[in-house]
Design a protein around this ligand. Structure first.
Ligand code: COA
Length: 159
C-alpha cells in the first residue's frame, strides 16, 4: 500500500501511511495517550492479522495519529481513530479521514462509525466532515458512571 502526503491548513505537510507490527509500540502509545478507553495491543495485532486498513499519520517523521478501518465490499467502518494530544486541533484527523476516503476507500459506498454520546470533539469532527447520525445503541459502552450510549454515524461516499 502506498503513502500519501497531505498539506494541513497551516502549510505543514503530513504523511498518511500504512503501519505494520514494527510500528505498534508507537501506534499503541498514541492510542493510550489519546483515548479514555484505549484499544489493547492485541486489538491492533488482530486488525493487522485480519488485514484491516491500518493507517497512521507521520508528522516530521513521527507517528502522531492512527486509524483502523474495516472494509467489507461496499460498507466500511472506522474501528478506531486517535490523534496524540500534543498534535490535536491541527487538522490531522480531518486530513487523515480525507485521505482514507479519497485514496483508500475508492470502492466503498458508505462509511460508518460508532462514537460515545459524550465525545463532543469526535462528534464535532464527524459532523464537520458530513457524517449524519443514523441511530444509537443504548448503554453500549462501559463508562466511569456505569454505561454510556453509542451514536451511529454514517457518510455516503461518492462513487
Ligand atoms: C477526536 C480526535 C480524533 C480529533 O482529532 P484532531 O486531529 O484534534 O481533529 P482536527 O484538528 O482534525 O479537527 C477537525 C475539526 O473537528 C472538530 N474538533 C476536533 N477536536 C475538537 C474539540 N476538542 N472540540 C471541538 N471541536 C473539535 C472541529 O470542528 C475541528 O475543526 P477546527 O479545529 O477547524 O475547529 C481527537 O480529539 C482524539 O484523538 N480524541 C481521542 C480519541 C477519540 O475520541 N477518537 C474518536 C473515537 S470515535
Amino acid at each position: 500500500m502506498t503513502s500519501h502526503t497531505k498539506v494541513l491548513s497551516s502549510g505543514t505537510s503530513v504523511e498518511v501511511a500504512p503501519f505494520s507490527s514494527v510500528d505498534l509500540p508507537a501506534i499503541f502509545a498514541i492510542e493510550q495517550a489519546a483515548s479514555v478507553h484505549p484499544w489493547s495491543l492485541k486489538n491492533f495485532e488482530d486488525s493487522l492479522a485480519l488485514q484491516h486498513l491500518c493507517l497512521g499519520v507521520k508528522l516530521a517523521g513521527e507517528w502522531v495519529a492512527v486509524v483502523v478501518v474495516q472494509h467489507k465490499v461496499v460498507d466500511a467502518e472506522v474501528l478506531i481513530l486517535a490523534v496524540h494530544p500534543k498534535a490535536q486541533r491541527r487538522g490531522i484527523a480531518r486530513a487523515l479521514l480525507d485521505v482514507v476516503i479519497d485514496k483508500y476507500l475508492v470502492a466503498a459506498e458508505r462509511l460508518f462509525l460508532e462514537v460515545r454520546a459524550s465525545n463532543d470533539p469526535a462528534i464535532a469532527l464527524y459532523e464537520e466532515l458530513g457524517f449524519n447520525c443514523m441511530g444509537e445503541r443504548k448503554n453500549y459502552y462501559p463508562s466511569g458512571k456505569g454505561r454510556e450510549d453509542a451514536l451511529i454515524y454514517g457518510l455516503e461516499l461518492q462513487l
